[in-house]
Ligand binder design. Structure first.
Ligand SMILES: Nc1ncnc2c1ncn2[C@@H]1O[C@H](COP(=O)(O)OP(=O)(O)OP(=O)(O)O)[C@@H](O)[C@H]1O
Ligand SMILES: [Mg+2]
Length: 253
């Protein structure tokens, strides 16, 4: 069995805090792999390491057997990894489709000069990016809102807009950092359908979520982080029965 993502011995400290402390795991292609754990467990830090926003102190991240450690975020994106953020990163003065287009602009090849003079190569690229953005919006069921200003969308739609943006670059691996936070029950069900549809379309999903119902319902595998360390890893049913996990969560309350 080959793995899409192989992480080993990953470490990142901030001063005295070991945010991620010797974490290793592997993710199979076209699966939903969830990372859970109490606040401050290191989940977002792990995503920052995987996407090149932060550089690990040590450890290895293999994606399609390529080493990602040391690559800047745009090169990680070019390899086929994209993400959403725990705090919304929306440009409220732009339209919905423009917000999605941001997701693939850094993948463009047109040079600065061709952009300034609006040369044909640049216009061609702009059309292609718009086409990809519209496709991503359609995938998320948001076509009808494409020309609305982003600031007119309710919160639930903004969360989905971030997913559409992550899809516009046509990634193989998508990292979702708390996509269900702030969603109502109906929106959460829609989100879980959308995540399952991603996998049906060949995408692999890494999911950080506090909504345990959602995690246990859709994940193939669950990793539990606690104080930066891997506490447990396994199928949802095994994780739910694991006394270490139960203790960590009850201890938190
Ligand atoms: N840039 C940073 N500088 C200093 N400390 C940081 C930084 N980023 C994270 N930390 C610390 O690392 C630890 C892990 O934080 P992280 O944000 O990864 O947790 P998390 O699991 O995502 O939590 P939450 O569920 O609240 O989002 C925390 O103790 C946090 O304070
Ligand atoms: Mg976080």
């Amino acid at each position: 069995m080959s793995y899409l993502l192989e992480v080993s011995g990953l470490e990142k400290a901030y001063g005295g805090v070991k945010a991620v402390n010797g974490v290793s795991f592997r993710v199979k292609e076209q699966t939903i792999f969830s990372v859970i754990g109490p606040n401050g467990a290191g989940k977002t830090t792990l995503f920052n390491l995987l996407t090149g926003i932060e550089r690990p102190d040590s450890g290895s991240i293999l994606f399609h057997e390529d080493q990602l450690v040391g690559l800047p975020p745009f090169k990680v994106a070019l390899k086929g990894i994209s993400r959403t953020f725990q705090n919304l990163q929306i440009f409220f003065n732009m339209s919905v489709v423009e917000n999605v287009m941001v997701g693939c602009h850094r993948l463009g090849n047109a040079s600065m000069l061709s952009a300034i003079f609006r040369l044909p190569s640049m216009l061609r690229e702009e059309r292609l990016i718009r086409h990809k953005a519209l496709k991503a919006l359609e995938f998320c069921g948001m076509s009808q809102m494409r020309d609305k200003p982003a600031d007119s969308l309710p919160y639930g739609q903004l969360k989905k807009l971030e997913i559409a943006r992550a899809l516009a670059s046509e990634p193989h691996l998508v990292l979702l950092d708390e996509p269900a936070a702030g969603l109502n029950d109906t929106e959460t069900v829609e989100l879980s359908e959308l995540i399952k549809k991603l996998v049906e379309n060949g995408i692999t999903v890494l999911l950080v979520e506090h909504n345990m119902g959602l995690v246990m319902d859709i994940s193939d595998e669950v990793l539990v982080l606690n104080y930066g360390e891997l506490l447990a890893m396994g199928t949802p049913s095994a994780i739910q029965k694991d006394p270490k996990v139960v203790a960590a969560y009850l201890g938190e309350e």
